[in-house]
Design a binder for this molecule. Structure first.
Ligand code: ADP
Length: 314
């Protein structure tokens, strides 16, 4: 079929359709559209957004933890960073695990298999055994750790919205948001829902291998497109800590993380080596800051946390 001028006009109108925005039913392009009345009824400010804004307004700093791919240590960095921040000036810290399909934060922070309690003020977050960190995760809403979450996109984003809207964090200094790997519609929802709360930005986690850094470039371009400030890159598994002598062996000498960061004009917050003691803490929910303060991984993480604090307080 030939494209008539009328068809072209219709296509242009469709491209400008503001149905999913606050302009729905109110914009000049809506005039004469058969769906205008319906859109006008459904459009307008989202009442859930107002609640999210109030909840987030009580939290001084919101930091997203992102990675281009799974397995690079994103949740481990979220967990170590929350512990390190709590140690700095006794800050009040919360971690929200928005990795709906692969939640691991409750295990790392030692609150696995504890039920979430509903209160008149909202979901009460769990508290880590040392009393330092508040935790909220989909894992805590599941019947067992063997139950999987089989949700399509809209239900996953709906759950993310509920976490942000319904969790009663109270006043916090830092909220660390562990996100799924990659750049999906969940990420777009998280960024959109937190837009008014003005998150400080994102910490991007990568390992030095080129396969991980290739996905990191996509993550950096996602942040640019979505207007998310990149606070810096964390290079995980840069080396290996010997369990006997505690010496760190560089596994990827001269890795390209620094030049990747330079080419995008973002800082490298630091590098953390792989330490079997940290893996053991991750498996058992023990606090590595208390148990292994001399671990090179713990020391690097304390440095990263101080670097981050100086960046966000600038
Ligand atoms: P992701 O969230 O990117 O999928 P995880 O944080 O779950 O990755 O890390 C994957 C595995 O690697 C976990 O078992 C974790 O304990 C381990 N791990 C990650 N980083 C380190 C590290 N620096 N030292 C020791 N173990 C680590």
């Amino acid at each position: 079929m030939m494209n008539s001028p009328e068809n072209n006009e219709d296509e242009e109108k469709l491209a400008e359709c503001p149905a999913s925005s606050e302009e729905a039913g109110r914009s000049s392009v809506c005039e004469g559209c058969p769906g205008q009345t319906l859109c006008r009824m459904q459009g307008g400010p989202d009442p859930d957004q107002e609640i999210i804004d109030v909840r987030m307004g009580a939290i001084k700093h919101k930091i997203l933890i992102l990675s281009g791919k799974g397995g690079v240590g994103k949740s481990t960095v979220a967990y170590l960073l929350s512990l390190a921040l709590a140690k700095c000036q006794s800050s009040k810290v919360g971690v929200v695990d928005l990795d709906i399909c692969g939640p691991s934060i409750p295990k790392l922070l030692g609150v696995e298999n504890q039920p979430i309690i509903q209160t008149p003020y909202g979901w009460k977050p769990l508290v880590s055994p040392n009393g330092d960190i508040k935790v909220m995760s989909v894992a805590s809403l599941l019947d067992s750790d063997k139950t999987s979450v089989i949700f399509r996109g809209p239900r996953k984003t709906g759950l993310i919205k509920r976490f942000l809207k319904d969790t009663f964090w109270g006043k916090l200094d830092f909220l660390i948001c562990d996100t799924p790997p990659g750049t999906s519609d969940e990420h777009m929802s998280i960024v959109k829902l937190l837009k008014n709360a003005k998150p400080d930005g994102a910490v991007l986690v990568t390992t030095p291998q080129e396969v991980a850094m290739a996905t990191m470039r996509k993550e950096l371009s996602f942040c640019k497109k979505m207007g998310v400030t990149v606070l810096g890159l964390v290079e995980n598994m840069s080396g290996l800590v010997c369990p006997c002598c505690k010496e760190t062996t560089e596994i990827f000498p001269g890795s390209g993380v620094a030049s990747l960061a330079e080419s995008y004009g973002v800082p490298v917050l630091g590098s953390i080596p792989m330490d079997p003691m940290i893996t053991e803490c991750c498996e058992s929910g023990r606090d590595p800051m208390e148990n292994y303060p001399e671990s090179p991984t713990v020391r690097s993480m304390m440095g990263i946390s101080n670097h981050l604090i100086s960046l966000i307080n600038r």
